[in-house]
Design a protein around this ligand. Structure first.
Ligand SMILES: Cc1cc2nc3c(=O)[nH]c(=O)nc-3n(C[C@H](O)[C@H](O)[C@H](O)COP(=O)(O)OP(=O)(O)OC[C@H]3O[C@@H](n4cnc5c(N)ncnc54)[C@H](O)[C@@H]3O)c2cc1C
Length: 437
């Protein structure tokens, strides 16, 4: 008598059916498959920086993405079970309850995520664990260096990559093994129409945005406009889907190559690849540096003078600093969960330089507020701006007045987001705690 093999597919930041090699592997190895997602913010790096989490946008984007995935899985006779709780406890319980033989997931750059995976493996001897890469353009085998030998700067990384071609997306899945049981309660559905969001979560909407963007002439002028402070058309607007894995980065690059082959290729279309290569660099950077991604002294192990000032922190995240452009950016971030790359650089530079704050509080706030939060891109970019990361120069200080003149010369962006234009001083008390009049 043959015994049935039962697998768990643990969805994390790979919320899609297209180009999902881990799901393909599960498909070929087990007879029954339990598809799960665990909502557990306990392991997030920012959980130790305890401040109220008011960010509703990322939670909605995630819910929408899970709903979309659930519907796609139903089309293949499967279903998604979403748990709210502690990841390890949930997975251990399911492994026992369903006599699981194999557990699958996609590779992840996050240190906490990988530690959870390692603990799970160690506490379940005899079970097969499969972690399959799909979050990056290249895999370990195709990289021309080991992760430990990752070049110390982006430019060296780009040169080492040279003409290496990214991996191609795999074929679409048409079949999945059936679930072992059906007695879990239905996932609560979110009504897309009632949500006031620019970005709608889910593979369906991610693929639609990819298709829309590359069916226009926008890629041809990307390089010229990508630095703008706002504007839907000024960049690809793919990051929320990429970060949650609703979109495969290999699918994105393959669409870009098709565009270059069939429509047109110029410096701008190359620059989209260039920016995706930044993303790639930070993914391997996170793999290499592990917990050092979150350390104050960064990968450069430099003494950082940043401190923590509760009042400055509150003013920064509420958009009530003495800097109107920073305020507008922070309000946009709070309202929408998104901010242009230019905006992110400006507010991060202000945080580190004008506010003299420990950069990790800023990164932790972004982690909670961004709908495109990605552990590697977020903490890697923050380290870079704080001068403790992959930058060959010291920390980057943006002249806020010059930035305003260059990127919002007529004040349109500031007016759009800042209802209250009364500017307060940075501190209401002096160093000895006396009120500043
Ligand atoms: C302080 C700071 C924090 C950031 N945190 C995140 C984050 O958590 N998640 C995230 O996806 N991006 C982050 N970025 C990078 C960048 O701001 C966003 O990827 C970009 O603004 C997303 O918009 P887009 O998709 O229209 O980008 P486009 O300009 O169209 O770029 C295309 C894609 O390239 C990648 N990319 C572009 N710039 C960068 C970059 N500097 N670093 C890494 N990848 C890049 C993204 O995947 C993006 O979707 C951060 C940047 C800064 C300065």
């Amino acid at each position: 008598m043959t015994t049935l093999k039962t697998g768990i597919f643990w969805f994390t930041n790979d919320l899609r059916l297209h180009d999902n090699p881990a799901l393909m592997r599960a498909n070929s190895l087990v007879d029954r498959l339990l598809c799960i997602y665990v909502i557990d913010f306990g392991w997030r790096a920012s959980s130790q920086y305890a401040y109220a989490n008011e960010a509703k946008n990322p939670a909605l984007f995630l819910r929408q993405s899970l709903n979309d995935l659930s519907q796609s899985l139903e089309g293949l006779g499967q279903r998604l079970i979403v748990f709210d709780g502690q990841t390890l406890a949930t997975l251990n319980e399911l492994i026992r309850e369903f006599d699981v033989t194999d557990v699958f997931r996609s590779d992840n750059a996050g240190w906490y995520e990988n530690r959870t995976w390692a603990v799970l493996k160690n506490s379940n001897a005899g079970i097969h664990f499969h972690s399959v890469d799909s979050h990056t353009l290249f895999d370990l085998e195709s990289l021309p260096f080991s992760v430990d030998a990752l070049p110390s700067s982006f430019t060296k990384f780009k040169n080492a990559i040279g003409d290496l071609k990214p991996l191609k997306p795999i074929e679409v899945l048409h079949y999945l093994p059936e679930p072992p049981l059906n007695n879990y309660s239905e996932l609560e559905r979110v009504d897309h129409k009632n949500l006031n969001l620019l970005f709608k979560g889910g593979e369906t909407y991610g693929l639609a945005q990819l298709g829309d963007y590359f069916s226009t002439e926008k890629p041809m002028s990307y390089k010229r406009v990508r630095n703008s402070i706002d504007g839907w058309d000024n960049s690809c607007k793919l990051s929320p889907w990429l970060a949650n894995g609703c979109l495969s980065v290999r699918e994105v690059i393959s669409t870009l190559y098709d565009y270059e082959k069939n429509i047109s290729a110029n410096e701008s279309t190359y620059w989209i690849y260039f920016e995706l290569l930044w993303r790639e660099y930070f993914q391997w950077y996170a793999h290499k540096n592990g917990a050092r991604l979150f350390s104050l002294s960064g990968i450069k192990q430099l003494n950082s003078l940043g401190s923590y000032y509760p009042e400055r922190f509150q003013k920064w995240l509420n958009g009530s600093t003495p800097y109107p452009l920073v305020n507008a950016c922070m309000i946009e971030l709070k309202e929408t969960g998104y901010l242009s790359n230019r905006g992110r650089q400006i507010v991060a530079s202000c945080f580190v330089n004008e506010l003299a704050m420990d950069w990790r509080y800023g990164a932790a706030y972004f982690e909670q507020a961004l709908i495109d939060y990605d552990v590697a891109s977020n903490w890697g970019n923050w380290q870079y701006l704080a001068g403790v990361g992959a930058d060959t120069r010291d920390k980057r200080r943006f002249n806020l007045e010059k930035q305003r003149q260059q990127f919002d010369p007529d004040g349109r962006y500031i007016r759009l987001w800042s209802a209250d234009d009364e500017l307060r001083p940075l501190d209401s008390v002096d160093a000895a705690d006396w009120p500043i009049s």
